[in-house]
Design a binder for this molecule. Structure first.
Ligand SMILES: Cc1ncc(C[n+]2csc(CCOP(=O)(O)OP(=O)(O)OP(=O)(O)O)c2C)c(N)n1
Length: 219
């Protein structure tokens, strides 16, 4: 399990040039479809848990506690507030356990005892349905001196966003990741906070749920 520390930024016409100027190296372009799942009542996302299938692989992003002692100055805490950090779980049995913990009432009603379950059966037993699906074209860059990855994403619903990202192994140094991201953002001349793809997707496709996530301070 690792923790993804990430800061999103607005891509402009100059972003590619700036990336080149600061020495970022393009490491490729790929395209993927993300399908996000939740119960019809959105039990997972209301707990800030994001279950998705990307290219046949399951991933669950869960909140991870923020250790405020990591931040020793006001500047550091401002920089940290611009970043998100989520635990990334990719092991399917562990994902299933975590998801069941949240939606256990639903599970108890629907589940039958079966040790071998295929993909559709675990989803339908826990009453999970796809609430968002979109394709992203992603160009990825690395900035070796900082050890960060920079992704430029173009979603098929007409939204562009950049991300500066560091994957921290569990128990690793989150503060150092925040500092690397902050330095990279400064090099990019990028200090503003922007919305992620999911925020924009939900606003357009599930406005009531989006409003609820805002009012519950999930987004
Ligand atoms: C700015 C911001 N972004 C996401 C969230 C929560 N959230 C909403 S959807 C969501 C899941 C998707 O996360 P994100 O990193 O935005 O997607 P993507 O860049 O495609 O995944 P990657 O390839 O990096 O793994 C999260 C964590 C938040 N609270 N604030």
């Amino acid at each position: 399990m690792s923790v993804e520390v990430e800061r999103k930024f607005l891509c402009s016409a100059d972003t590619l040039k700036t990336l080149e100027e600061i020495g970022a190296v393009c490491v490729g372009q790929r395209q993927f479809l993300d399908q996000y799942f939740d119960t019809p009542k959105f039990d997972l996302t209301l707990k800030d848990m994001w279950l998705r299938n990307r290219k046949g692989c399951w991933e669950l992003k869960c909140p991870t506690p923020v250790d405020r002692t990591e931040e020793t100055s006001g500047e550091q805490s401002k920089a940290a507030a611009l970043c998100t950090r989520y635990k990334e779980i990719t092991n399917l049995p562990e994902i299933q356990t975590r998801v069941r913990e949240v939606v256990k009432d639903v599970c108890e009603r629907r589940e039958t005892s079966s040790s071998q379950e295929d993909e559709e059966s675990w989803l339908s037993k826990i009453n999970l349905v796809c609430f968002a699906a979109f394709t992203t074209v992603r160009r990825s860059f690395t900035l070796e001196e900082e050890g960060v990855q920079i992704d430029l994403d173009q979603a098929d619903f007409g939204y562009h966003v950049g991300e500066i990202e560091v994957l921290v192994p569990e128990g690793g140094d989150v503060q150092s990741a925040l500092e690397k991201i902050e330095r990279t953002a400064r090099k990019l001349g990028e200090l503003k906070r922007v919305e992620g793809k999911m925020n924009v997707y939900l606003k357009r496709n599930h406005p009531e749920h989006y409003a609820k996530l805002l009012s519950e301070h999930v987004l």
